[in-house]
Design a protein around this ligand. Structure first.
Ligand code: PMP
Length: 363
């Protein structure tokens, strides 16, 4: 045995212990009602912008700040309160990098978006899952009770994914006030389909951050564009842990035309709101248990045959997402809505699928 014993590469213990998140992205052909994306396309202005890109745009390292100034002005913030990210996924990552040390604590009301847990686990933090009650109302009292001096991260999606439930701005503010040592993230990825925002409270609390995504209503999921807004002081630390080139040049070029086309965004929001009601009414008529949603999807309880439903729907050309393994979601499937026409196609496939399966409402 030599003095320097050769060791094989090992992951950090926190990484070794964490679960894996592999959403099924392969073979997504047909009508995509599985990932809450836009079902049509981004604004035509974005497509025009893409066609006008030059070799120079691709050769140069991207410059984020000029576009951040445009975004800040658009939403009424100071430029140092705003940062563009590689999707909200990266914003979550940066928040945990900046504020959560190994052994410190995160509180996550579940079921919710998986990336909060993944990033907190990767930091080696202690994650306290707090289960929502049966109607998926936000468990405000249980979250409040979990807060202690080691709490450093509390992410809250409103509307929540996959449930579509919302949390009032007042409740989020009360959590932020109760945990001044923690980064509070109000994730407004689905803001447009609901309309309530914590934007006016930015800067009033030193630990409150809001995220928005360009993956949903703006139809830019493939470009990976997110936005994090927070108090100038705290945003310094978020910027410190990010790459200066985190958002690519194509995404940066496309953002201003996407923001400018407010009519296009408004059109899609109206299509989604109409479609959501249509799907909700249909599920009621068919006796499928489901939860009222404020987002562009509805969670329904199919029961034991959830996997079969997803696969028969796929065979009919419509993709929906199995949520059976989410906490409190046994037997559940999530179906996105889009334009009226797309939603109608999805609803027809769902009716036919349930009929073909001779499905009966679970007890
Ligand atoms: N937050 C929530 C609540 C989400 O559902 C999603 C995407 N499914 C995201 C954030 C991630 O958004 P992005 O595509 O901007 O990374």
């Amino acid at each position: 045995m030599t003095a320097t014993k050769m060791m094989a590469l090992q992951p950090r213990p926190a990484v070794e212990q964490m679960g894996e998140y592999h959403p099924q992205l392969h073979g997504r052909y047909g009508l995509r009602l599985d990932f809450n994306e836009h079902t049509v396309a981004p604004s035509p202005r974005v497509l025009d912008c893409l066609r006008s890109l030059t070799a120079d745009d691709l050769t140069k390292y991207p410059e984020r700040e000029p576009v951040e100034r445009i975004v800040a002005q658009h939403f009424g913030f100071a430029p140092d309160q705003v940062m563009l990210t590689n999707g909200v996924d990266e914003a979550i990552h940066l928040l945990t990098e900046a504020f959560l040390d190994p052994g410190e604590e995160a509180i996550i009301a579940v079921p919710t978006f998986a990336m909060y847990d993944i990033n907190a686990q990767a930091r080696g933090a202690i994650v306290h899952d707090v289960l929502s009650d049966q109607d998926f109302a936000f468990p405000i009292n249980a979250v409040m009770e979990r807060i202690n001096e080691r709490t450093r991260f509390i992410p809250i999606a409103s509307p929540n994914n996959p449930t579509g439930a919302v949390v009032s701005p007042e409740q989020i503010l009360s959590i932020a006030a109760a945990a001044p040592q923690a980064a509070i993230l109000a994730d407004e990825a689905y803001y447009h389909f609901h309309g309530e925002t914590l934007f006016p409270s930015i800067g009033s609390l030193p630990n409150l951050f809001v995220t928005r995504t360009f993956s949903k209503v703006y139809g830019l999921a493939g470009l990976r564009l997110g936005l994090i807004i927070g108090p100038s002081e705290a945003m310094r630390f978020v910027r410190k842990v990010a790459s200066p080139y985190n958002v690519n040049a194509v995404a940066l070029a496309c953002l201003p035309p996407a923001l400018e086309d407010e009519e296009y965004v408004q059109w899609y929001v109206e299509e989604v709101r109409y479609s959501r009601e249509l799907l909700d009414d249909t599920l009621t008529e068919l006796g499928v248990p489901h939860w009222p949603s404020h987002a562009n999807y509805i969670l329904m309880r199919i029961g034991d045959r959830h996997r079969e439903l997803v696969s028969v729907m796929r065979a009919r050309g419509v993709l929906v997402r199995d949520r059976n393994t989410d906490p409190g979601c046994a037997g559940c499937v999530r179906m996105s809505v889009g334009t009226r026409e797309h939603t109608q196609t999805g609803i027809t496939a769902l009716r036919e699928t349930l009929r073909e399966m001779q499905w009966r409402s679970p007890k």
